[in-house]
Design a protein around this ligand. Structure first.
Ligand SMILES: NC(=O)c1ccc[n+]([C@@H]2O[C@H](COP(=O)([O-])OP(=O)(O)OC[C@H]3O[C@@H](n4cnc5c(N)ncnc54)[C@H](OP(=O)(O)O)[C@@H]3O)[C@@H](O)[C@H]2O)c1
Length: 352
């Protein structure tokens, strides 16, 4: 046994509505020496994402388990072939400071997604969890490959200043479309327009969303990239043009609803309106799992997409913003804050 202590965040109560700090506990435990075929990882970065609320935290079977999620860790010592001290590992070790890993561990519990060594020529390690990782690739896949954005399209994206939304708007511009964001508050909206080049951004908290959006999109909406659902979707529906595409990426406005508050999901609402929905199999998840299954850097589509976005960043054509807190203790408040819009950009924790 070495003398290292791991601290990890464990779910001790299934949240009812918005998660509360008491739904989690910070637990300390000794870290064993890595055995043959194992390595000791120290978490450098971890990501906080809305799907943790709609997935892991919605399931009682996860009580007592460490909250899952993507990580970038440094190898502290290794008894694994192919991995050496100092390597940066893109993995899925969740909200904890250390982990004992094996070379055949996978990301997302998906056997098709092995651990990856971070290629530092692409960008800083944090981007492996954001613009050059799951959220950036989701924007790329959803807008370019699924919705097939075309020059001259009017693209509206909700949660526009967030991890996925900020990339969607900029990719729309790169493809010659008109990009309109929807975000909470004047500061986020100003950033979308002034710093990353959206044509317009509407503050849904100002109270006139439908009218403001209609003014920003006088020719209607060709693509609505759905991140939010609820009232935001209701404001967009009447503006959708004939043949509009609606990739359903997520619907964060629903994730904290209690059973009594539950309302129809975007898929249900669009179907009620007789409107088209993009989805690999028409399922509730929209294109979600399609995007995830291709995220592995081993998949040529994903690898090419991430390299292309890295080049755009280096050329100054793609900007990004991260919302970083420090230390494992910050996971819970930062996560709860992100669900309510306290983040400004991709939410992540610099653990060490
Ligand atoms: N399909 C996939 O593969 C995939 C991958 C990643 C993410 N997603 C989904 O994409 C969406 C955005 O995720 P993200 O990681 O990019 O998060 P994010 O936008 O960085 O952070 C979440 C944002 O959602 C907004 N929000 C929260 N509650 C809201 C409400 N009631 N009404 C309107 N806006 C609200 C807040 O922004 P404001 O301050 O602007 O309100 C908050 O900052 C989520 O629905 C997520 O589940 C899907």
């Amino acid at each position: 046994m070495n003398d290292i202590t791991n601290r990890k965040v464990v779910m001790v109560r299934v949240p009812n509505g918005t998660p509360e700090p008491d739904d989690f506990e910070l637990v300390s435990e000794p870290v064993p020496e890595p055995g043959e075929g194992e390595m000791l990882l120290r978490t450098r970065w971890l990501t906080l994402d809305p799907y943790m609320r709609s997935g892991f935290m919605a399931q009682a079977e996860n009580l007592g388990a460490t909250v899952i999620g993507g990580t970038v860790s440094e190898v502290m010592s290794s008894r694994c072939d192919g991995w050496s001290e100092g390597d940066l590992v893109v993995g899925y070790y969740g909200w904890q400071e250390y982990s004992i890993a094996r070379a055949d561990d996978v990301q997302w519990n998906n056997p098709g997604m092995p651990l990856e060594k971070w290629d530092g020529s692409l960008g800083p390690a944090s981007t492996a969890l954001g613009i050059l990782g799951m959220t950036g690739y989701t924007a790329y896949e959803g807008l370019l490959n699924q919705a097939r954005v075309r020059e001259g399209d009017t693209v509206v994206v909700s949660a526009a200043s967030g991890a996925v939304g900020q990339v969607v708007g900029q990719l729309a511009k790169i493809r010659g479309a008109r990009a309109i964001g929807i975000a909470g508050g004047p500061e986020k909206c100003a950033w979308c327009v002034d710093e990353v080049g959206f044509d317009a951004c509407v503050d849904y908290k100002a109270g006139n969303l439908h009218a403001d959006l209609a003014a920003a999109a006088p020719d209607g909406v060709d693509i609505y990239f759905e991140n939010v659902g609820g009232d935001v979707l209701e404001a967009v529906i009447p503006l959708l043009n004939e043949g509009a595409r609606v990739p359903i990426c997520g619907f964060i406005a629903h994730y904290n609803l209690t059973e009594e508050e539950r309302r129809p999901t975007p898929l249900q609402r669009l179907r009620q309106e007789g409107l088209p929905v993009l989805g690999k199999d028409g399922s509730e998840s929209g294109f979600a799992f399609f995007a995830f299954s291709q995220l592995s850097a081993k998949h040529p589509d994903a690898e090419n997409a991430l390299r292309e976005m890295s080049d755009w960043i280096k050329a100054g054509r793609l900007n990004y913003r991260e919302s970083v807190t420090e230390g494992i203790e910050s996971c819970v408040p930062s996560f709860i804050g992100m669900l309510g819009g306290a983040n400004f950009g991709k939410t992540m924790v610099k653990v060490s």
